[in-house]
Design a protein around this ligand. Structure first.
Ligand SMILES: [Zn+2]
Ligand SMILES: [Zn+2]
Length: 342
């Protein structure tokens, strides 16, 4: 292959005056032309769509190219020294404005994990990041790790942040969804076990990888406090797969569908319930709003059913799988115990 010869570029896809245009560059090397005018965008893409000026310059982007890219709308200036491609997730953008990355429940959502909405923004600043600005809706997290502009913290970091900030239920649901979708490695789990508060480590053992939704995680965890053990994703002949079965006779379904979907599926649900009844099952069915916002109603319904089963000679506590110890304690109090004893 002969030496590369610099020749004039006759056609530019950039307007005159743009530093990417031929008028601003004396020559280019054939074969490199694809990079002309794309450098800011391609470098930003490589950085996860957000980058600092210093990071862009280290990759060869000039001040002039940067200025032009912002003027042309190709690139957005988040604040001084920080740039993004248009269309970056607003949560990612807001975290970058503060000098960090989305953390905790925000990062979990962006990782595709199941989390309850809490109406707050959670910003991760790494071990010792500097916070830029402040706002009343943002919670700031300083913990192990180095923030990389435009990138989410690893899933194990995110889960630890949730454990410390949002509590055990939100942590548990997010963790089960991480297992379900293989978002956390065995090494990440080991790291989490080591860093998790000791009182919460049992949740890692209790978690399973077959939860279809966070609602299922919440129900299983909350009922565990009463010693109620559930079998999950049980296939029943003539009925299909149900979310939970308790004691071989009570079906519990957690319906996370939107209202309109639920309406369309209502007939199918009624048919399933009837088919289950014909086989000796009773069915309790709860939707998202009940489980998340009216748990007391759900809890009372399940406990009443379980109690009725425990005094039914055909469904005594041993056959139903109810923990005898907790069952007896509940009967003594005649109320549902609220305290949790792991
Ligand atoms: Zn948080
Ligand atoms: Zn903020």
């Amino acid at each position: 292959m002969g030496p590369r010869i610099r020749v004039p570029l006759l056609i530019s896809r950039h307007p005159v005056g743009c530093p990417h245009s031929w008028g601003m560059r004396a020559s280019v090397v054939p074969g490199d032309t694809d990079d002309v005018g794309m450098s800011v965008v391609s470098v930003l893409t490589a950085f996860g769509r957000i980058a600092r000026t210093s990071e862009l310059k280290a990759r060869g982007v000039t001040e002039r190219e940067l200025t032009w890219s912002v003027r042309s709308g190709e690139v957005t200036r988040i604040r001084q020294g920080l740039y993004a491609l248009p269309g970056v997730d607003p949560i990612m953008m807001h975290a970058a404005e503060h000098g960090g990355a989305p953390g905790c429940t925000d990062a979990a959502r962006l990782h595709g994990l199941w989390v309850l909405a809490d109406g707050e923004r959670h910003i991760w600043l790494g071990t010792a990041g500097n916070r830029h600005g402040g706002c009343k809706d943002c919670r700031f997290h300083w913990d192990e790790g180095l923030v990389q502009t435009g990138r989410l913290p690893p899933v194990h970091n995110v889960l630890l942040q949730i454990a410390k900030c949002a509590g055990e239920e939100t942590f548990f649901a997010a963790y089960e969804s991480a297992l379900r979708w293989s978002k956390i490695s065995p090494g990440g789990i080991a790291w989490l076990w080591k860093h998790l508060p000791v009182r919460m480590r049992w949740l890692l053992d209790f978690a399973q990888s077959d939860a279809d939704s966070g609602l299922e995680s919440l129900v299983r965890l909350r009922l565990r406090r009463f010693g109620i053990r559930l079998r999950r994703q049980v296939a029943i002949r003539g009925v299909g797969e149900v979310d939970f079965v308790y004691g071989g006779w009570l079906i519990i379904e957690c319906d996370g569908r939107e209202n309109h979907e639920r309406e369309a599926e209502r007939h199918k649900d009624l048919m399933r319930d009837a088919a289950a009844a014909a086989r000796g099952y009773e069915t309790l069915r709860f939707d998202y709003s009940m489980i998340v916002h009216d748990w007391a109603v759900v809890e009372a319904a399940i406990l009443a059913k379980v109690r009725s089963g425990s005094v039914d000679p055909r469904r005594n506590s041993q056959a139903t799988g109810m923990d005898d110890r907790v069952s007896a304690r509940q009967a003594a109090r005649n109320t549902a115990p609220r305290a949790f004893d792991p």
